[in-house]
Design a protein around this ligand. Structure first.
Ligand code: 0L1
Ligand code: MG
Length: 263
C-alpha cells in the first residue's frame, strides 16, 4: 500500500462529505497519483465502516463495468465492486429528490437476492444460481463524486463504484426455468424507450458477475451474506437523468420497476 491509514481515512471522509453536501471533487489520483489497488479498496472499506458507524446497514453489493457497453462508455477495462446501503433503496414507484444527487445516471440491471451465503474462491455461474432465492429487475442510480464523471479505475473503486441509489421491483422470480442470458431489457425515460439489451451483455451471463464479485470478496476474506441483494451490472450504457424525469425498466418475464426524479 502506498497511502498511510490517516490518509485513507481522510479520503473516505472526503467522499462521504461530497455525498452529504451534494458536490463533486477532483478524482483522488490527481492528488495521490501513487494510490494503488489496495489503497483504493481500503478507502472504500473505510467509507463502508464510516457509514455503518453512522447507523447505516449494508444490504448488499454490486458489480460494475460488467458489460461491453459500460466498458466502452467509460473507457476502462475491468469490472469493479462496491457495497449497497439501506439508505440507497428507492421504493418501487417512488421518488428520489434530484437535489440529493450530483449528476445521476441510471443503469438497467438484473438483481440477485441470495438464499444462502455465497463464499469463494471458485464460485461459478452454477453455484450462484444454486444460492439465488430470486432475481428481480433493478435500476441502479450511479452518481460519481468526480467532476464530469471523469475518473480512472482506482479512483472509482475508492468512490464505491459511483453507487448512490437503487430501485428493485416487478416480479421476483426463481431462476429455475429462466434463461437470464436471453431476457430482454428496455429502459425508458418519460415514456420513450432509450436503451435496449439482453442479460448476456453482462459478462455473457449476469450470474457470472455475481460469481466474480464472490471471488473478489473471497480474496479479501469476505463472502456474500445470505439475504444480500447483488446488482450484477448495467446491461446497457448508463443514461443521464434530470429533475422531473420518470424512468421505467421492463425486464422480460420479470415485470417493471420505475421511479421519478423529483424536482
Ligand atoms: O455500476 C457501474 O457500472 C458503475 C461503475 C463505476 C463507473 C461509473 O460510474 O460508470
Ligand atoms: Mg451498475
Amino acid at each position: 500500500m502506498a497511502l498511510d491509514r490517516a490518509t485513507i481515512a481522510a479520503l473516505a471522509r472526503h467522499l462521504d462529505d461530497c455525498v452529504r453536501e451534494v458536490r463533486d471533487t477532483e478524482k483522488l489520483t490527481d492528488r495521490h497519483p501513487e494510490m494503488d489497488w489496495a489503497d483504493a479498496y481500503a478507502i472504500q472499506d473505510a467509507w463502508r465502516a464510516l457509514a455503518t458507524a453512522q447507523g447505516a446497514r449494508v444490504v448488499g453489493f454490486k458489480a460494475g463495468l460488467t458489460s461491453v457497453a459500460k466498458i466502452r462508455q467509460m473507457g476502462v477495462d475491468s469490472p469493479v465492486f462496491g457495497f449497497l446501503l439501506d439508505r440507497f433503496a428507492i421504493p418501487e414507484g417512488g421518488e428520489v429528490a434530484a437535489s440529493s444527487l450530483i449528476h445521476p445516471r441510471i443503469e438497467p440491471e438484473i438483481a440477485f437476492v441470495l438464499k444462502r451465503k455465497l463464499e469463494g474462491p471458485g464460485v461459478h455461474v452454477g453455484a450462484v444460481l444454486a444460492a439465488t432465492e430470486f432475481v428481480i429487475p433493478a435500476i441502479e442510480v450511479i452518481d460519481s463524486r468526480y467532476r464530469d464523471f471523469k475518473f480512472d479505475l482506482k479512483s472509482v473503486v475508492a468512490d464505491n463504484t459511483s453507487a448512490a441509489r437503487f430501485a428493485l421491483g416487478g416480479q421476483p422470480r426463481a431462476v429455475a426455468g429462466l434463461d437470464l442470458r436471453t431476457l430482454g431489457v428496455v429502459l425508458s425515460v418519460n415514456g420513450e424507450g432509450r436503451a435496449f439489451g439482453a442479460g448476456a451483455a453482462v459478462l455473457g451471463h449476469p450470474a457470472a458477475a455475481v460469481a466474480a464479485l464472490a471471488n473478489h470478496l473471497a480474496a479479501r476474506e469476505e463472502a456474500l451474506p445470505e439475504g444480500s441483494v447483488v446488482l450484477s451490472g448495467g446491461v446497457t450504457e448508463a443514461l443521464a437523468v434530470r429533475a422531473g424525469d420518470s424512468v421505467l425498466l421492463e425486464v422480460q418475464s420479470l415485470g417493471v420497476v420505475g421511479f421519478r426524479l423529483a424536482a
